[in-house]
Ligand binder design. Structure first.
Ligand code: ADP
Ligand code: MG
Length: 661
């Protein structure tokens, strides 16, 4: 391998300090501006120090691939030889590989087979400031492992955000790599001032405001948004301008294009990957709509969602920094300065945004031990932990018998699904019951905001439109009816006519697209995991049984003469007025969510049979017996049985044979 350093890279100035710190300390923190050379140069320094088994982690697959390629090129070796990468479903490494780029998720998975990380002599945790759950797990695990692996070296790198936290955790020295940066002029262009119709229009306006020379980087929230913007900007026919998309699922060769030299101007449309992970070279201008898709646990819906949200001030300044690397830059923010100043300073670490049940599930599947003893940088609060454990018991993911923390078979499979645990449980049940096609549509609908709009001034008209999709006994089936309608219309109409239809019929076009995106992604993942989606149109009873497996604590039994339901643990709720079941509330229901607004409302409801709950919730129900008596007619001891689920009498009184109990 050829090891040489580019004198123009800021990290080269600190080469000797970094090498010395790595020799003297087990853990070293390297902080520096994006583009200063941390990612591409640190593994070479480690190699020079004689390290031959280096794990170098990246938060995203796209970065793992691209970084490996770059380092291999710099060292003049073939990718997959001394330098390689391994991501899920794609391993480009060999016996010879000394520098191995991996996603942090993949390194975590390796831990299960190699508890001491014995195949590595060095671990570089790159982009630690991202504070994903995987990074927090790795840091905590390394903290425990290091005393038992005195020969293992760890380098933690971070953008210049909150670096001291890492240094304190490991009692490690911090080496700051100062980047050379040029001033960046910030311009605020909120739609209220520019009159832009939508994000695409605002971006196009910003492009025309900028000089026609010099490459532009635009941050967008996802693949879909990037494809739309690509079409929109291509339509503008800018002279001598190439529009380049950059996102994770893009073919590797297309991703690589951002690094090739080019005549004329370039507009790169990228996801968050360009914020700190990948440095797009030669950028003079940044256009920042100020949004990103951030994974969040919705307390209200009790599910994990991926909403598009305003980014933090720290992210905004990282984005702006992307255009001050080669010369003075201009960053146009498509929002107002007041908006910027009111935003949170940093993005919360993922552990604070995630359903604890899902954290616990992952910890159990990775064998990370008891959450109470795990050295988290930010430990979750104990209330959230016990709620999370309860939910996992409810879903049958944890085995109550084996000390309460061992995963069941179902739990292990749930941990491989990237959705909220409740929804994961439904998908697995649906697969077994042969109704996964339908349940995928419903589960995706539950992961987004309701696409049916009900504007205040047109409530009645909206209700009338939406009534067509109503199913008398199940709001979940209404989603399916709506889905089929949307698919038909989309096939029949041009895209602009479809958009108009959505508006006229009070359907939120963007949310419908999101619904389709989430559905496509879930379906793909389900298939990858060996589940069989199948076609729509399964027996509705089965669909409901599958859904119920994720909603056992959302069951309710109505008073014989009232409208109020007795829910789990003595909660009382009513069915939300918008539901198709509100007028004629059935005796027993399950609801997707319980919402507190003055009183407790159950939203998205379906009629269920008590026997389903008894069967699906077999691991939770209590049986209470009374009046044992000898029945001469039956020749057996009989008793009266009551079946309770979280205190709800599913079966109030049933005569059973006592001997059989
Ligand atoms: P940091 O990790 O500190 O953000 P990097 O090591 O990623 O910095 O980048 C250092 C320099 O290498 C940047 O100028 C970047 O543009 C360049 N670079 C990184 N990857 C590639 C690549 N695949 N092709 C060309 N240049 C690259
Ligand atoms: Mg980097």
């Amino acid at each position: 391998m050829k090891i040489s350093y580019d004198p123009a890279l800021p990290i080269t100035d600190r080469h000797d300090d970094i090498a010395a710190a790595m020799r003297d300390h087990q853990v070293v923190v390297v902080a520096g501006e994006t583009g200063s050379g941390k990612t591409t140069q640190l593994p070479k320094i480690a190699y020079e120090l004689g390290r031959r088994a280096i794990a170098h982690t990246q938060p995203r697959r796209i970065a793992a691939r691209s970084v490996a390629k770059r380092i291999a090129d710099e060292c003049e070796v073939d990718l997959g030889a001394e330098v390689g990468y391994a991501v899920r479903f794609d391993d480009q490494t060999s016996e010879a590989t000394a520098i191995r780029l991996v996603t942090d998720g993949l390194l975590l998975a390796e831990l299960q087979r190699d508890r001491r990380l014995s195949r590595y002599d060095t671990v570089i945790i790159d982009e630690a400031h991202e504070r994903s759950l995987s990074i927090d797990f790795l840091l905590g695990y390394l903290k425990q492992l290091l005393p038992r692996r005195p020969d293992l070296k760890v380098v933690i790198t971070s953008a210049t955000i909150d670096v001291e936290r890492f240094a304190e955790m490991f009692d490690a020295p911090v080496i700051e790599v100062s980047g050379r940066t040029y001033p960046v002029e910030i311009r605020y262009r909120p739609p209220a001032e520019t009159g832009a119709d939508d994000e695409l229009d605002a971006i196009a306006q910003a492009v025309s405001e900028l000089p026609t020379e010099g490459d532009i980087l635009v941050f967008l929230s996802g693949e879909r948004e990037i494809r739309d913007a690509t079409d929109h900007l291509n339509g503008k026919k800018y002279p001598r301008t190439e529009i380049l998309p950059l996102y994770g699922r893009l073919a590797a060769a297309d991703q690589q294009k951002i690094f090739s030299s080019h005549p004329g101007r370039r507009i790169v449309l990228a996801t968050n990957v360009a914020e700190t992970s990948l440095t797009v070279p030669g950028i003079r201008y940044v256009i920042d709509p100020g949004l990103a898709r951030i994974s969040r646990f919705s307390q209200r819906l009790k599910v994990q969602r991926l909403p598009i949200e305003p980014i933090s001030q720290a992210s905004a300044s990282q984005r702006a920094g992307r255009c001050g690397r080669v010369a003075d830059g201009i960053c146009i923010r498509l929002y107002s300065e007041e908006d910027h100043d009111s935003r949170p300073e940093f993005t919360d670490p993922e552990i604070q945004r995630t359903n604890l049940a899902s954290v616990l599930l992952q910890m159990a599947s990775l064998d990370l031990g008891d959450i109470k003893d795990f050295p988290f940088l930010d430990p979750p609060d104990s209330r959230a932990v016990s709620d999370g454990l309860n939910l996992l018991y409810e879903l049958g993911a944890l085995d109550t018998k084996k000390g309460g923390r061992a995963l069941t078979k179902i739990g292990r499979r749930m941990s491989t699904l990237p959705t909220d645990p409740r929804l994961a449980r439904m998908l697995l049940a649906a697969d077994q019951l042969g109704c996964l096609g339908d349940v995928l549509v419903i589960v995706s609908a539950m992961s987004i905001q309701d696409p049916r709009e009900r504007p205040l001034e047109h409530q009645q008209a909206a209700d009338e439109m939406h009534r067509r999709f109503r199913e008398p006994d199940s709001d979940f089936l209404s989603y399916l009816t709506l889905w089929k309608y949307i698919r038909e219309m989309r096939d029949e109409l041009s895209s602009s006519a479809f958009r108009r239809l959505c508006r006229d019929e009070f359907l939120h076009w963007l949310r419908i697209r999101e619904w389709q995106d989430v559905h496509a992604q879930l379906r793909r993942t389900a298939k990858e995991l060996g589940l069989k989606p199948g076609a729509l149109g399964a027996d509705p009873d089965r669909v409901h049984q599958a859904l119920l497996s994720g909603l056992l604590s959302h069951v309710g039994l109505r008073d014989t003469d009232g409208r109020e339901y007795l829910g789990a643990r003595q909660a009382k709720f009513m069915i939300f007025p918008g539901s198709g079941l509100a007028k004629k509330p059935p005796r027993m229901v399950m609801v997707a969510e319980l919402v507190e607004t003055g009183r407790l409302w159950g939203r998205t409801a379906a009629k269920i049979q008590p026997e389903w709950a008894e069967e699906v919730g077999a691991h939770l129900v209590n049986h209470v017996y009374s009046e044992p008596h000898w029945s001469r007619r039956r020749g057996a001891v009989m008793a009266r049985e009551k079946v309770l689920l979280f205190g709800i009498p599913l079966i109030a009184d049933r005569l059973v044979q006592y001997g059989k109990i």
